[in-house]
Design a protein around this ligand. Structure first.
Ligand SMILES: Cc1cc2nc3c(=O)[nH]c(=O)nc-3n(C[C@H](O)[C@H](O)[C@H](O)COP(=O)(O)O)c2cc1C
Length: 333
């Protein structure tokens, strides 16, 4: 059903209207806003907060296909989707079509995500060395084979997340491989692999141009922080945007991008729920996450530099960190 909708209209069911600047009074842009895949961050807990904060869909962090086939429990746990998550896509990375196929089959026996996404953008050396992530931009035929293989094992919506290129732009060639082999939609982070996440320009025009040319919906990923960042997509065929770093410490950013407001009390409520989840979990990872998310939430607050120094100081244990979080944000954990 989703696939039909995807082909006819846009990527997901829900749409929202973003009101453009006054000088275009009659135009309405229909965009969907997703949480981008972020390694070690877009866990189901964080995704649930982002849904509460207005996200139309969320992408899991990248899941190693190889590790799934080796039955690595921690990796397999990354594919868990909470039953209240309305629309979560699982993202896989890998360089071998058969390994990705086997991993997808294994995971799909356990969960039914809203879609499967192939990572063709990760710039990290270890991933690239395994011919995966952005290395696929350098080997478009391999990318095409991976899409084709996955298309053969699932009718779920299938997508690919690409970059502008590896060392030089070749996004059109890679996008063509995705389309020709059966992808239903595509996301582009318009930077080269050599730009990593921040260098170079995040070239919005590349996303816009690609959306004009492709017969499938295109989502833009990169440097979306404020409502005004969406103005560039006015009158274009971009179907949606992803928010990655802009959602760190701001899981309510989706609502704001849609023109809504979030009160300080609502923010405190979301934050409290987030921290309490990790406190109840009480694992080593949970303790690390409390510190990391507290640091992101503190952005823009007066005294945030001292606050961060305190929470990351190994001499301060978690009860001390929680005490300072309560004082700093005026919440009760
Ligand atoms: C810490 C971090 C982890 C990321 N992990 C992934 C990932 O697992 N899969 C992926 O496709 N992209 C990943 N990305 C790229 C983001 O999804 C996104 O394309 C990029 O950060 C640009 O968007 P932004 O400016 O909204 O953050 C990651 C980026 C960052 C900063």
């Amino acid at each position: 059903m989703w696939k039909e909708t995807n082909k006819k209209y846009s990527v997901f069911f829900t749409i929202f209207c973003y009101t453009p600047p006054l000088f275009q009074p009659f135009e309405v842009i229909i965009l969907e806003i997703y949480l981008a895949p972020l390694a070690e961050i877009t866990s189901k807990e964080f995704r649930l907060l982002c849904y509460e904060g207005g996200a139309d869909g969320c992408f899991s962090e990248m899941i190693s296909a190889k590790a799934v086939t080796l039955r690595n429990k921690k990796t397999i746990s990354l594919s868990e989707i909470d039953e209240s998550e309305p629309r979560t896509v699982l993202q896989f990375f890998g360089g071998e079509p058969d390994v990705i196929r086997e991993a997808a089959e294994k995971i799909l026996e356990r969960v039914t995500p809203a879609g499967i996404d192939i990572n063709a953008g990760c710039p990290v050396r270890k991933v690239v060395a395994a011919k995966a992530g952005s290395a696929l931009m350098d080997d478009p035929e391999r990318l095409g084979r991976i899409v084709k293989t996955l298309r053969g094992v699932t009718n779920l919506p299938l997508s690919v997340k690409i970059r502008k290129g590896f060392k030089t732009p070749n996004y059109e060639r890679c996008a063509a491989e995705a389309v020709d082999n059966g992808a239903d939609f595509l996301t582009i982070h318009p930077r080269l692999r050599t730009d990593m996440f921040t260098a170079g320009s995040c070239d919005f025009d590349v996303s816009i141009e690609l959306a004009e040319k492709l017969p499938i919906p295109v989502i833009h990923s990169g440097d979306i922080r404020e409502k005004s960042d969406l103005d560039r997509f006015s009158g274009t065929k971009i179907a949606g945007v992803m928010v990655g770093r802009g959602a760190l410490g701001r899981p309510w950013v989706f609502r704001e991008l849609k023109g809504g407001t979030v009160t300080d009390d609502e923010k405190k409520e979301i934050m409290t729920k987030h921290f309490r989840y990790y406190i109840d979990l009480d694992t080593k990872t949970a303790r690390t996450m409390i510190r990391r998310h507290a640091s992101w939430y503190s952005t823009g607050f007066r005294g945030s530099a001292d606050f961060r120094r305190f929470i990351f100081d190994p001499a301060n244990d978690i009860p001390q960190v929680i005490r300072i979080i309560n004082e700093f944000f005026e919440i009760e954990l």
